[in-house]
Write a protein that binds this ligand. Structure first.
Ligand code: SF4
Length: 236
């Protein structure tokens, strides 16, 4: 924690200075946010997606399954699923009722199986069995919204994108990255305030911190290492 402690100490010193100074240009607030994201990175240097996948298509299926389900449960289901259905063609030809049974544990199994089969058909018919590395094409696939498209771009293709899920949305507002009330507004603010080369990692850092410390109910501000840097906005 040596390096992390330095980052945090540095950040806190900076915040104290900022707190005392009002320059009216927003420059110091920008510095505070940078310190905050840097400190967050120091806390979770190895953060990455918990979903297991071997290619973009498997990540797409796993991400569709992860709606309102834990990553752990998705991994248990996909371990079996990807042995049974090996390619987009296999999913495209799957029997709907059989697939529903195969993914039942993940919940919302009717809509998820429909999305998986229809997205697979489109990928096979329109993109030769390859998931497109393109946001506009991804969001046109059945069952794929902004968040899923950004998860695929960032994690499967390494293309900078900011996927805003419930943790990212909550933390971005509490930490002062955004005061917007909609996902797109928060996504835009995060992309504006965080350097592009950090977008993919920052998404994971925020999720880790949201799960471990800054939970939806009762955030542990008292023992949060970011306490002095964080304005703690929008806390109930
Ligand atoms: S200080 Fe509180 S609100 Fe801010 S990041 Fe930490 S837990 Fe969340």
């Amino acid at each position: 924690m040596g390096k992390n402690a330095d980052v945090l100490k540095d950040g806190m010193t900076c915040y104290k200075k900022i707190d005392k100074t009002k320059d009216g240009t927003g420059k110091l607030e920008k510095q505070r946010l940078l310190r905050l994201i840097e400190a967050l990175g120091g806390l979770y240097p190895n953060a990455s997606t918990a979903l297991r996948y071997e290619n973009p298509f498997q990540l797409l299926v796993a991400t569709i399954l992860s709606a309102q389900c834990t990553d752990k449960r998705v991994n248990t289901v996909t371990e079996r699923l990807f042995k049974k259905y090996k390619t987009p063609e296999d999913f495209a030809c799957a029997d709907m009722l059989e697939l529903q049974e195969d993914i039942k544990e993940c919940g919302l199994f009717r809509s998820k199986s429909k999305s998986i089969i229809e997205a697979s058909r489109k990928i096979v018919e329109k993109y030769g069995g390859k998931v497109p590395a393109d946001f506009d094409k991804l969001v046109k696939l059945p069952g794929v919204g902004r968040k899923t498209a950004n998860v695929i771009l960032a994690n499967a293709f390494g293309i900078p994108a900011f996927a805003v899920d419930t943790h990212v949305f909550r933390l971005a507002r509490r930490m002062g990255f955004s005061d917007k009330k909609d996902v797109l507004g928060v996504e835009k603010d995060l992309m504006e305030k965080i350097p592009k080369q950090l977008w993919i990692k920052a998404h994971h850092w925020l999720i880790y911190h949201g799960r471990e410390v800054c939970r939806a109910k009762k955030p542990a501000c008292g023992k949060c290492p970011l306490n002095e840097l964080c304005p703690k906005k929008f806390l109930e």
